[in-house]
Design a binder for this molecule. Structure first.
Ligand code: OGA
Ligand code: NI
Length: 363
């Protein structure tokens, strides 16, 4: 009998029924990674030392100082980073350090409260698309082949701000403030990205790339056998733009030049990455790049991913297609048009996986 013949669905349901996620498993003292979390052998990458690279890339993503006085230099750096890497870090972003630390502390504290029947966490435990505030262990638990060693608090902050009472008490004020800070930084970045595409600064905001805003507050508990599990499976992000804050633990990697490159934590910086929908409307001008998070056994890891344009309002009728100013006789559209909400629905139906959702829209 193969290892896959165990009753996977029953084990997934049993995990859900704890209302305590992976953190609950770890708190109960598991010493082995349960089968539902085991990365299948064929998913293991060959050791990186065995691969010969003709062109060694520098193993660090670009860092851009937004406080730099030379605006044209910032735009040029954003263009290069978005074209070549799809990922960059920003410093000099103006978000107060206290807002960053307070948000990370609140997320950590939420995840470290006990779950279980009757707990606050149990009341929030849901994957219901209509719910704006929810907590769960893997949004795609029943779709994806491998459960990820991660729990998430999900907050949809825009287009409609949730009721304050719907947020956990410990997080309410700091996460509203954090979302406000992210909205401002997101607008700055969309202006820079518009300019980097040769468009007027307001272009991407005018077409509502920032209409929907979702915070995914992730918690990666320490894993007793990190080599057998994965924190977040390889994927590209579905929306337009992501701003990520990670703590000092590490584990985030991007797939660049046929190898996994570590995104080592830089205190005080945000990581910015291009999502599939921005790749689509920029007609491959900008790239949405695959990334993943390794499981670690040293300590829990906390990250907050702010998505713009993901989980777009299902009633929105806005159609997205390659921006016509970017097309010419020599630059034909590479993608067909899509409702943003259809794209996200399609993305969700697959679950986290290698970058495949966008190919469905390729011409
Ligand atoms: C994501 C993601 C990375 C992280 O939420 O899409 O890639 O460091 N998160 O948690
Ligand atoms: Ni991601």
């Amino acid at each position: 009998m193969s290892a896959t013949s165990f009753d996977r669905a029953a084990e997934l349901r049993a995990l859900d029924a704890t209302y305590a996620g992976v953190r609950g498993l770890v708190a109960s003292g598991v010493t082995h990674v349960p089968l539902i979390f085991r990365v299948p052998d064929q998913h293991h990458e060959p050791p990186q030392d065995d691969i010969v690279f003709a062109n060694q890339e520098p193993a660090a993503i670009p860092v851009i100082d937004l406080a730099c006085a030379d605006h044209a230099a910032i735009v040029a750096a954003v263009r290069r980073a978005a074209e070549e890497w799809g990922f960059f870090e920003v410093m000099g972003h103006g978000v107060p350090e206290v807002a960053m630390t307070a948000a990370m502390d609140a997320v950590r504290a939420f995840h470290e409260t006990d779950g279980g029947e009757g707990s606050d966490k149990a009341g929030l435990y849901s994957r219901e698309p209509a719910r704006a505030v929810k907590y769960h262990c893997n949004f795609d638990l029943y779709q994806s082949p491998v459960a990820n060693w991660r729990d998430t608090l999900y907050l949809r902050m825009a287009p409609n701000q949730p009721e304050a009472d719907d947020l956990p008490d410990s997080c309410r004020n700091v996460l509203f403030e954090y979302a406000h800070q992210m909205k401002n930084l997101g607008n700055t970045l969309l202006e820079l990205l518009s300019e980097a595409l040769g468009l007027k600064p307001s272009h991407l905001a005018d077409i509502e790339c920032n209409q929907a805003q979702v915070l995914l507050c992730h918690y990666y508990p320490p894993c007793p056998q990190p080599e057998l599990a994965i924190g977040t499976s390889r994927h590209s992000d579905g929306g337009f733009l992501t701003i990520l804050l990670q703590d000092e633990i590490g584990g985030l990697q991007i797939f660049k030049g046929e190898q996994w490159v570590d995104v080592t934590p830089t205190p005080g910086a945000f990581i910015v990455n291009i999502g599939d929908l921005l790749q689509l409307i920029s007609n491959d001008g900008f790239r949405s790049v695959e990334h993943r998070v390794l499981a670690k056994n040293i300590a829990p890891r906390v990250s907050i991913a702010n998505f713009f344009g993901t989980h777009i309002d299902p009633t929105s009728t806005r159609i997205y297609s390659p921006i016509k100013e970017l097309l010419s006789d020599k630059k034909l559209p590479l993608y067909r048009e899509t409702l943003a909400s259809d794209y996200i629905k399609h993305y969700y139906s697959i679950g986290l996986d290698a970058k495949t959702a966008i190919s469905h829209y390729q011409l």
